[in-house]
Design a protein around this ligand. Structure first.
Ligand code: COA
Length: 335
């Protein structure tokens, strides 16, 4: 950080980008692997298909492509980027994948690090990056959400494997002097309920030499109590959004778009009903991509921005939620 500039008071949104792998896994194809059906998956989740990484599609590659698209939209010189925050739970390198993205981009001035908060990750990363900009040290940041959960799904567990897919999304955000388009935010964690959704380490005991053991590093597949996670989401997400709207003195009528973490269409519908936000204002693309974890919010927003649905100055109420358990909300003005 080169000398603080206390005149910076907020952030603005300059660009968005996204990327999904080409390989499509439809519900029909999943039913060749586990005892399920297109009808069951579609009616319980709203998902029809999801993208699955194949060789060459890892979090670094997907995150890089999403970031590059966001930078192109922002029309930035890559060398002016100060900060890259990558939200992911499935890095290509456990020591962090953000530095590889920084190198691939050629963003030599930027400091780059990973942040892990599962499906709340993008929102937490956006809020984290915006704090660095508001403090006044950095001007331009790229926030990326990228995940490759297909590598950690138990493809024999029909209760969870139907939900997840791979992808990446990114925003380019910039420090501002006169306004703040991150109007307000809130973040929550309840580790007591963390056992409902995990991707736990699996340490097999081995020995280095006689009498000195070590635990090998590996992970068990995703373990999920679907009903508890569902109950958590439909209870906590409306509460955090309602409180945030009230605190920032907004009514739900003033919200142009409700952008929720794309976990299940029934969760989106239920939260919309609670907040009295009509279906036409609720962005959804989980039919095509399923739950891409940290990527869902920038992925669905990038699609809506590129299709001219989200326009400059639109008000967006957004919420991410998932493992941790963690959840958060942000009120945004796009632009
Ligand atoms: N195909 C067919 N049947 C299935 C199935 C599948 N893929 N998965 C579960 N079932 C069966 C169950 O075995 C159960 O059968 P039983 O009554 O004979 O025991 C029945 O369907 C109902 O199971 P249940 O777990 O109650 O289903 P549900 O309505 O809760 O739907 C989820 C399951 C996973 C779709 C739903 O709980 C959910 O979306 N939860 C939130 C998960 C989530 O979003 N996680 C990520 C958060 S970031």
């Amino acid at each position: 950080m080169e000398g603080l500039n206390f005149k910076q008071i907020g952030i603005s949104f300059k660009g968005s980008g996204s990327y999904v792998p080409d390989q499509i896994l439809t519900n029909q194809k999943i039913s060749q692997k586990v005892d399920t059906s297109n009808e069951w998956i579609k009616s319980r989740t709203g998902i029809s298909e999801r993208r699955i990484s194949s060789l060459g599609d890892n979090v670094t590659e997907m995150g890089y492509k999403a970031a590059l698209a966001a930078i192109e939209m922002a029309n930035w010189d890559i060398k002016t980027i100060d900060l890259i925050v990558l939200a992911t739970s499935t890095p290509h390198d456990l020591f962090g994948s953000a530095p590889s993205i920084q190198a691939k981009l050629g963003a030599s001035k930027a400091v780059a690090f990973d942040l892990t908060a599962a499906c709340s990750g993008f929102l937490f990363a956006l809020i984290t990056a915006s704090q660095f900009l508001k403090v006044g040290g950095y001007k331009r940041a790229i926030v990326i959400g990228a995940d490759q959960l297909s590598s950690f799904v138990d493809w024999n567990d029909r209760r969870s494997c139907i939900l997840f897919g791979d992808g990446a999304g990114a925003f380019a955000i910039e420090a501002t002097y006169e306004f703040d388009n991150l109007i307000g935010f809130d973040m929550r964690t309840d580790g007591e309920r963390g056992c409902f959704l995990n991707l736990p380490s699996k340490n097999n005991k081995d020995s280095i030499i006689d009498n000195i053991d070590f635990l090998s590093g590996a992970f068990s597949p995703i373990q999920m109590n679907g009903q508890e996670v569902y109950k958590f989401a439909v209870r906590e997400v409306p509460i955090i959004l309602e409180k945030l709207l009230k605190k920032m003195k907004y009514t739900s009528d003033e919200v142009d778009w409700l952008v929720l973490h794309q976990a299940n269409q029934r969760i989106l519908d239920s939260v919309g009903d609670r907040l009295k936000i009509p279906k036409e204002k609720i962005l959804s693309n989980l039919e095509k991509y399923g739950n891409t974890s940290a990527a869902t919010i920038p992925l669905v927003m990038d699609e809506a921005i590129k299709n001219n649905r989200i326009k400059q100055n639109d008000i967006i109420a957004t919420s991410g939620f998932g493992a941790g358990l963690s959840w958060g909300a942000a009120l945004i003005k796009w632009g």
